[in-house]
Write a protein that binds this ligand. Sequence first.
Ligand SMILES: *Cc1c(COP(=O)(O)O)cnc(C)c1O
Length: 373
Amino acid sequence: MPRPILATIHPAALQHNLERCRRAAPDAKVWAVVKANAYGHGIERAYPGLRGADGFALLDLLEAQRVRELGWRGPVLLLEGVFEPRDLELCSRLSLWHTVHCDEQIDMLAAHKTHVPQRVFLKMNSGMNRLGFTPGQYRSAFSRLNALPQVEEISLMTHFSDADGARGIAHQVQVFNQITGDLPGERSLSNSAATLRHSQPPGGAALVSDWVRPGIVLYGSAPDHPLRTSADWELQPGMTLSSKIIATQAIDKGASVGYGSTFVADAAIRVGVVACGYADGYPRVAPTGTPVLVAGIRTRLVGRVSMDMITVDLTPLEAAGVSVGVGTEVTLWGCAGSGASLGIDQVAHAAGTLGYELMCALAARVPVQVQTQ
Ligand SMILES: *Cc1c(COP(=O)(O)O)cnc(C)c1O
């Protein structure tokens, strides 16, 4: 028998979450962001749930190729554009749309010999200070691109630094609108957080996003956890990570559990040993108290996460009269067989990180199945 850890992808949940984005931005087209192998879910596995999108956005050319191999003939956008001149040949061959964020990319385009009209998304650095032309450089970059015979259509884009937080997006929207006001072309501004939280910015600058670019919400995480939860946003988990109890131990009062003896029992308890560790992608820094479901009942991790195992407190199960032994189901995040669920955001929060990081870090050794219903 294989080791009992298993990830399950839920295409119906991805589809539900995509529809949730559409409700938040009913007039916009939707780029389903599937970078990082669909945030760890696997592009091929996520595709059936996300094929209702208007396009797929990602940044790895090999991933773009995989989307084409799935039979997707609609738009595919490279979010970081090309990295070297020969990437443009693939853009032409596979009809990829690409972001242009720097002069070097315009130089590459100018030197690219092609009969395939190029569709580009010209990126403004409106305050994130990562990729893009500054507001002062933006219009001349537009003119330069616009004069290239290779370029068929230019869309205008920017990316928000604080759509999930207190600062918000108004300052960036204002800069973007001020510079682009009279330029032709479609606009693409909103990530997940902006799509859900700022579809009607109160009294702020008008947010026109012809194309929204949701990523994390498609996979069921709240973009602004813990301010709001995935349930508040009516999102469903795209991934379940489950395993089983492989041993139990009776711990005496005063005895410790695991490496470093970081957990010391203040009363006699039973613990379950679960086949899941940091080599599976479970965060090693998750402390005692991190939530976990055993037989669908919420309990807590105790002691350190090790490479292949974690230990969990069985007290709540005993209190509920549920017997636990080798083979009992454990849900690290996502949905339990009983219908109970544990948000990946709650586990991430306990570990001081985000749902994004946990889903992307699912280890290659974990077998993955797709739920077919
Ligand atoms: C990753 C990414 C997104 C999606 O971000 P989420 O926070 O996951 O919605 C959108 N736009 C760009 C440019 C990105 O790199």
